[in-house]
Design a protein. Structure first.
Length: 279
């Protein structure tokens, strides 16, 4: 994909192969890349997820889930960001190379409120490591994986099996982002989307602390929505009741039913769901 001053938002970009880049290849003036799932893309020469060629003029990479990509780097930016690049609220996880190469000769590149596997060492030295960054298992419902086709030494015939990248209760990404995603140098292309990639409102108070803060990644977590159908209703009560007494580690369903993430499915989870009926 080649863009000039565009918004790339709300897309699933998966299972692509490319010579230079597997997912998104940008030759841009200004761009906002937000609320996208970028997974299972492959480029053995450059960047598995997002690649950038020189002379970008400012932008934003915010609220994306970038996982399972293969390449020497997951995101590569070998450019002159003249107006700066803000990287916030993204998950970078389970990529074959965790390298998030974000450098600039001119404008600032700021990385903040992201969940980056490997932490600071995975980000280019010229980028500013801001506040709110973490390195913790995001607790996806069902992470995807590469199938080696029975030939583990031959990567060329591997295929990616997509997963479910919504967040389980207790995910460290819940309410861990920032609602302020503005790059002051490019205000004309910034906004926090009204909905996440699945259509849920953005933002939701996912940890029920009274303050609605955006989740890190492309998905918002709706507390009490045990079956992940986008609303809290009697079906969620039934699912919790059916899992009562179960060890959350025993199954994904029990893990979902542990709404308060206290390590057990019990009456406290029922109370949470009952209190949020209709949400």
């Amino acid at each position: 994909m080649s863009s000039s001053g565009y918004v790339i938002e709300g897309n699933t970009i998966a299972c692509n192969d490319g010579t230079v880049c597997g997912g998104i290849l940008l030759d841009i003036i200004q761009v906002r890349i937000s609320n996208n799932l970028i997974c299972g893309n492959r480029s053995m020469n450059y960047a598995g997820g997002i690649g950038q060629i020189p002379m970008g003029k400012g932008g934003q990479l915010a609220g994306n889930t970038i996982v399972g990509n293969r390449g020497p780097q997951v995101v590569s930016s070998r450019l002159n960001w003249r107006l700066g690049l803000l990287v916030s609220d993204n998950v970078f996880w389970n990529n074959s190379s965790g390298r998030v190469s974000l450098g600039s000769f001119y404008g600032p590149v700021v990385v903040e409120y992201c969940n980056i596997q490997g932490g600071r060492d995975m980000v280019g030295k010229t980028a500013t490591w801001g506040t709110g960054n973490i390195d913790a298992d995001p607790l996806f419902v069902d992470p995807g994986h590469w199938d080696d086709g029975g030939t583990p030494t031959d990567l060329s015939d591997d295929t990616f099996i997509p997963g479910d990248y919504r967040l389980l209760p207790g995910s460290p990404c819940i309410d861990a982002g920032t609602n302020d995603v503005d790059n002051p140098d490019t205000p004309e292309i910034e906004t926090l989307p009204a909905a996440d990639i699945a259509g849920l409102p953005r933002v939701i108070d996912g940890n029920l602390d009274g303050t609605a803060t955006v989740d890190i990644g492309a998905y918002e977590y709706l507390p009490g929505d045990v079956n992940y159908d986008g609303t809290v209703n009697v079906l969620d009560l039934l699912l919790v009741r059916n899992s009562m007494g179960s060890d959350p580690a025993s199954s994904i369903q029990a893990r979902k039913a542990d709404v308060n993430a206290d390590g057990g499915v019990n009456v406290l989870d029922l109370l949470v769901v009952r209190g949020r009926l209709g949400k």
